[in-house]
Structure formats: C-alpha cells, structure tokens
Design a protein around this ligand. Structure first.
Ligand code: PSU
Ligand code: MN
Length: 301
C-alpha cells in the first residue's frame, strides 16, 4: 500500500514550481493551544508564512489520509475536535490502517514533510528530554536524527531538561544553529542558559547550511530563533509557575504523551495568558522566518 497522502492544490502548485513552501505541525494547534482561540492562531500562523513569502502546508491525518495543506474545514476540525489523537511517528501506521484522525507532532510532521518533498518546517518549541526521575524523551529527537528537514523553533520547550536535550541532539548528529545568537533560546525565555557552537545571521546562510547538510547525511538542521527580550515571559514568573506545574504532574498522575499538553495548559492558566501570548508570538515569528529560509533555498536552485 503506498502512503495515503494528499497534497492541497496550492501546495502542489508551489512544489511543482520550486516555489517556497513551509510545513506546519497540527499538534500545537490541537493540543498545545487552548480552544477556541487556537483556530484563529492556526490562521494567523498560515498568514505569517504567506507574509514571509511561502505557501503554508499544515499537516494532519484525517480519516486515515495524510493531508499536506489543510483547507478552512480541515483547520476548523483540527482546532475544534476534542477527540483528536496526538500522533507521533509510531502512531501514524495505526491511524492510517484504521482510518483514524489526529494531529501531527514535530516528529511525524518532519517525516511527512520530507515524504511530500517539503524541506522547511516551522514549530514553536521542539520536544526533548523531560525533567524528573522517570525517563521520558520525545520522539521528536530521534526523528530529527534521521529526517532531512530544516526546523525553525525557539529551542526546546523550557519545561524540559534543556541540557540533556542538547546532549541528545549532539548524539543524534542534528545540526543546531542559533539565528543571530550564540545562545540556545529557552522557548518562553530568550536564553535557555546554554550556548551554541554555530550561529547564522540570515535566511540565506541558514539555507546554505541546509543545502550542505543534504549532501552529508540524512538528518535535520535546527534553526533556533529566540524571542526578543522585550517579548519574553518574565523569567521569575516563568521559574515559579514552571516549578508548580512540574509538581502538579505527580499530584495529578500525568504521564506519557499527556505531559507536554498538561504543562503548557497549566502555564497558560497560571500566568493568566502571558505564556500563551509568548507561545503564539514564538510560532508566528518562526513561521515567518521559515518562509524566508524556504525562499532562500528556492533561490539556491
Ligand atoms: N511547540 C509548541 N506547542 C506544542 C508542541 C510544540 O509551541 O504543543 C508539541 C509538538 O507537537 C511537539 C510535542 O512535537 O509538543 C512534543 O510532545 P512530546 O513531549 O509528548 O513528544
Ligand atoms: Mn514522552
């Protein structure tokens, strides 16, 4: 059985013409941002890609079919359906074989974007190694180790063990670039407290590194794009509410793939929406930069 994958007409046209296209994940809409504002956010993210000069391709699985590029009805379904699954790579075969539906995470979006011939992908923050005693590592990392895609993100979510995640990215040979910085961004915070080996200062430089990466070995380039300090979450507030949210994991018995949505939701609630504003701003900025990198990649060809 070939992969049941349908590409939206505008995305197909752009790909055929060698024009810039940016893949977008759907888990951050379905499980990362609260309803009902997430629908407006989904539209705004696509707009940010267009503003940057590329065609957006939000990816999701609907009734057993991979959709690369969603229309209005598709976006509305992703944003509104509370029963939607969260699909990492390992979940895709089950959803496809059973006619199921779900939102795609960084791991599955990267894999499906590559399959559709899309090189550039934008998200908020990558998954990674979680804090705490039990070992919990996002499948995002393993997927990026073997999938040739450039991912624009604001680092990894600050709810994670950032140091361990950076070490895993090294082990997996994922190329990590700071955009205009030598510091690894901390998602809600401009600086995670950890440094980076490599910095690029323009979409063209990022595109050139990705083009070279393609010649070296399959695997991702992470382009880490920090929020400006003026837009970051207040670091004291961040540290305080994160500690509370992490403690809540044990109290509320939250495990597995529910951990990330739980922590994001708690932060959004306890900061009275301040973390939500930052989260959306992160994604919009990354979407626009991804479009510019995709345009620079098209220029290289
Ligand atoms: N970035 C955001 N919000 C999110 C996510 C990323 O700004 O909700 C999602 C992504 O889909 C990522 C997932 O792949 O969180 C990681 O979940 P886990 O830790 O369960 O692998
Ligand atoms: Mn996990």
């Amino acid at each position: 059985m070939p992969l049941p994958l349908t590409v939206a007409p505008d995305v197909r046209d752009a790909l055929d013409a060698g024009s810039p296209v940016v893949a977008l994940e759907s888990t951050l809409i379905a499980h990362g941002l609260p309803r009902p504002d997430n629908l407006a956010a989904a539209g705004d993210i696509e707009q940010a890609v267009r503003r940057g000069g590329a065609t957006p391709a939000t990816i999701a699985v609907l009734d057993g079919i991979v959709h690369v590029g969603l229309d209005e009805a598709g976006l509305t379904r992703i944003a509104g359906d509370e029963t939607l699954s969260k699909l990492g790579v390992r979940d895709l075969p089950v959803a496809l074989a059973s006619g199921g539906s779900g939102a795609t995470t960084v791991s599955s979006t990267a894999v499906l974007a590559e399959r559709a011939g899309i090189a550039v992908f934008a998200t908020g923050g990558l998954g990674g190694v979680h804090r705490g005693g039990g070992y919990d590592e996002s499948a995002d990392l393993g997927a990026l180790g073997s999938t040739t895609v450039l991912v624009v993100c604001a680092g990894v979510k600050s709810i994670l063990d950032v140091e361990a995640t950076l070490e895993r990215l090294e082990t997996l040979s994922v190329t990590v670039l700071g955009y205009g910085t030598h510091r690894f961004p901390g998602f809600y915070l401009t600086d995670s407290g950890f440094g980076l080996d490599w910095q690029v200062n323009s979409p063209a430089q990022a595109a050139a590194v990705f083009a070279a990466r393609r010649e070296v070995r399959p695997g991702a380039v992470v382009l880490a794009n920090p929020l400006p300090e003026s837009e970051q979450l207040d670091p004291d507030l961040h540290d305080r509410v994160l500690a509370e949210a992490l403690a809540g994991l044990a109290t509320d018995g939250v495990t597995g793939k529910a951990v990330t949505p739980y922590l994001l939701e708690r932060l959004h609630r306890v900061t009275a929406g301040a973390s939500l504003v930052a989260n959306i701003q992160i994604i919009l900025r990354n979407a626009e930069l991804a479009a510019q990198v995709s345009a620079a990649l098209s220029d290289l060809r």
